[in-house]
Design a protein around this ligand. Structure first.
Ligand SMILES: [Zn+2]
Length: 730
């Protein structure tokens, strides 16, 4: 099959046009394709007739007014699975033989279309919505109006081969792209500097929809890491405002990042909470109705929300959209006449940026006693410090209650200690928030690692997935930074000692198939323990993989990714060849990704070299070739080898992978390193410095490398000491 992808500025390669989002036009497409092909575009087919024995001409109905980047053409040997939702024909379209795997996506799309018709108050305006699975597509999905394209593994689901994690991922990306049919396609940002309007909103809406249709998934709680990634980028010198000036194509590509998506989503969530769900939705409905088929800026959204709420939305939002950075709320408790009062003031939270200019925000700070989300008080903290009554002296008081705000909190020592003591009494969201802030303060040099590690000691082995995932991602960062250093063995052994009891409670096999958080936590822990060198876990993974090769039914779908990954890490030549053979044999993109990623994780340098050589062949689609190179560096721990390979074969890789290889891939790859010499090397590597967007991405990567170097030099030895003292106590 073929499939187009035009965002941000490739429509001009297909037809002459004013290729900027504000210039909306109607499109009437006629194509000539082989007669056995199914052809898809934004609108349904209006007319089709044979023109030769082999070819046919297909004309599509004229589109409504829309931006050129949303135009799409896909065609090939395809089949479809369809359903009706509120009068709209919804179809999953796949290459031949795969349409049964579209069932989950189709059912979800029907639910989502109905939900959004109601939420936005304007019905989906096209007669049909196609969801197209593209086997060789880029890694994600593209919201083309009326015909969304997806990398095949992000859309198709085979319950016999994949677990619940895949289902949740498919639902999220579907919800995101379908939300764009209104927010982005019907109402479009006027220019790429307001990309966050599209992406922040769609990212927020994907979680909102999941919380509505699958509340048991606890998507805000379990997706906390996305906000953490945005906040950690946003604390850096190279961060950018959510609304960032964009002057060319390469700069437009540079704004597709966690700040645009996840900070944007976190800001919307904070505003929704501040205004109230119903009032917020009323504002969104007004905005959608007022600007349908038109273009907007951020100010239009704030105006609609202000009209609906009567609250100063623009003033609060401006601080989070027009300037970069993360607020730090500094809390200090004092006791007077038996009553506790908390003084709060704000600073700018930064990492390794001592000369950062001071900034001010209007921060809605939710404060309250533990477990009292309902009774929480929200204080709008601006220039002046404030004081809040907070119960009896010594009573634990939590800020950013429910983890809804986009800011970090630093407590005085006594308040911190009271919170640590009450750790199990907090909601899971508050535990995750406290852990994440504590770790961020360590990386920023504002707290000793002990402050974080003492909290980890308070976590029960039966705690929720989100809590253990926060811990796990911190451990895995430490383990990565400790590569090749004397501290590594102690870090790994401490991390294993913390994670193993959690895993032992769950065990390898569920008593009954559990499509819940336990299944997801089990897989995550197996992965973590294997990567940390737990010999039993690695041996059991190998045993299960061998059994799977004799009889695939023996390996539970939810464990296939992780078992294959661990087998890949420790693969010898025979196992490696078996993984590559499985990857070659399958026609499923999910399985192809699984087997080639596992092969790329092999720690053996000879096998890593074999994987890298594959990226120059036609065997892997460009998307997968790029991710395989990253996997060789990350899981395979062969970053030097991969970098040497990339330099040697630069021209060939750039030709295969397209312009993004120079502007973003190389720089992002270099964040596998954490030493100053590599940051310098990147700074003087000409290809990444050739465009303005490339220079932006390279500068961000250099800073990420230097932050890693700093954590390595400052935090690792302190952690090593803490572990030694802890071991001596036991
Ligand atoms: Zn999007």
């Amino acid at each position: 099959m073929i499939s187009s992808h035009l965002e941000p500025s490739h429509a001009r390669r297909v037809f002459p046009c004013w290729d900027e989002p504000a210039f909306k036009a109607t499109f009437a497409l006629t194509v000539t394709v082989p007669r056995r092909f199914l052809a898809l575009s934004n609108m349904p087919v209006a007319h089709e007739e044979p023109v030769t024995p082999d070819l046919k001409q297909v004309s599509f109905a004229t589109t409504p007014k829309m931006s050129s980047y949303l135009f799409v053409l896909a065609a090939g040997e395809l089949e479809r699975l369809s359903a009706q939702a509120d009068g709209v024909t919804v179809s999953v379209v796949t290459t031949t033989g795969k349409r049964a795997q579209g069932r989950f996506a189709l059912d979800s799309a029907v639910d989502l279309l109905r939900y959004f018709n109601d939420y936005f108050g304007v019905r989906y305006p096209l007669p049909k919505l196609d969801l197209v699975a593209v086997p060789g597509g880029f890694g994600g999905a593209m919201e083309n109006w009326g015909a969304i394209t997806f990398f095949e593994s992000r859309l198709l689901f085979d319950p016999a081969a994949s677990g619940d994690a895949a289902r949740r991922g498919i639902f999220s990306i579907l919800a995101h792209e379908i939300a764009h049919q209104w927010f982005g396609n019907l109402v479009t940002m006027g220019w790429w500097d307001n990309l966050w309007l599209n992406e922040g909103f769609a990212t927020w809406m994907q979680v909102k929809a999941a919380e509505h249709l699958y509340p048991q998934w606890q998507t805000w709680l379990n997706g906390n890491e996305q906000k953490q990634i945005a906040m950690s980028l946003d604390a850096r010198r190279t961060s950018h405002p959510v609304q960032e000036p964009v002057t060319n194509e390469t700069e437009a590509m540079a704004v597709f990042d966690a700040i645009t998506y996840s900070k944007g989503a976190a800001l919307i969530r904070m505003l929704e909470r501040y205004l109230g769900e119903d009032i917020f939705r009323a504002g969104v409905r007004k905005y959608t109705a007022d600007h349908a088929y038109g273009s907007t800026t951020t100010a239009d959204l704030w105006r609609a929300l202000e009209a609906a709420s009567g609250k100063p939305v623009a003033g609060i939002a401006a601080g989070f959209t027009e300037q970069a950075g993360v607020p730090l709320v500094v809390a200090q408790a004092r006791c007077a006449d038996g009553e506790q009062r908390i003084a709060v003031r704000q600073e700018r939270f930064t990492v390794r940026d001592p000369d950062a200019a001071p900034r001010r925000w209007q921060v809605p700070v939710a404060v309250g006693p533990l477990r009292a989300l309902r009774g929480a008080e929200t204080v709008l903290l601006a220039d002046e410090p404030k004081e809040i009554a907070a119960g009896a002296c010594g009573e634990p008081v939590k800020l950013n209650l429910g983890d809804i705000g986009y800011y970090r909190v630093e407590y005085d020592a006594a308040t911190r200690a009271a919170l640590a003591k009450s750790f199990p009494l907090m909601s899971a969201a508050d535990r995750v928030n406290l852990l994440a802030d504590s770790w961020a303060l360590v990386e920023a040099g504002r707290a000793e690692p002990a402050a974080y590690l003492q909290l980890v000691e308070e976590i029960g082995s039966d705690d929720s997935r989100a809590v253990w995932e926060q811990v796990n991602s911190t451990f895995s960062r430490l383990d990565q930074l400790a590569r090749g250093r004397p501290e590594r063995a102690a870090v790994q052994s401490y991390a294993r000692a913390k994670l193993r009891p959690v895993f032992d409670r769950l065990g390898w096999d569920a008593a009954r198939p559990d499509a819940d958080d336990r299944a997801l936590l089990r897989a995550r822990l197996i992965r973590a323990l294997g990567e940390l060198g737990d010999r039993e876990v690695l041996a059991e993974a190998r045993r299960r993989f061998d059994a799977f090769r004799r009889d695939p039914a023996t390996l539970e779908p939810a464990l296939r990714d992780v078992v294959t990954h661990l087998v890949g890490l420790t693969a010898d030549r025979t196992t490696y060849d078996a993984l590559v053979a499985l990857g070659r044999a399958t026609t499923s993109t999910t399985e192809r990704v699984r087997y080639f990623s596992a092969a790329a994780s092999a720690r053996d340098p000879v096998l890593a070299g074999a994987t890298l050589a594959l990226t120059l062949t036609d065997e892997l689609p460009a998307t997968l070739a790029g991710s395989v190179i990253n996997t060789v560096a990350a899981s395979g721990e062969q970053a030097e080898l991969a970098w040497a390979f990339m330099q040697q074969n630069f021209a060939a890789l750039a030709a295969r992978q397209g312009p993004l290889f120079r502007t973003t891939f190389v720089s992002n790859f270099m964040t596998n390193f954490s030493d100053a010499a590599r940051a310098d090397e990147l700074a003087s590597f000409a290809p990444v410095q050739a465009t303005s967007g490339g220079r932006i991405v390279a500068a961000r990567a250099q800073e990420a490398i230097m932050i890693g170097a700093d954590v390595k030099a400052r935090v690792l030895p302190a952690i090593d000491d803490w572990i030694k003292r802890r071991n001596a106590r036991e």
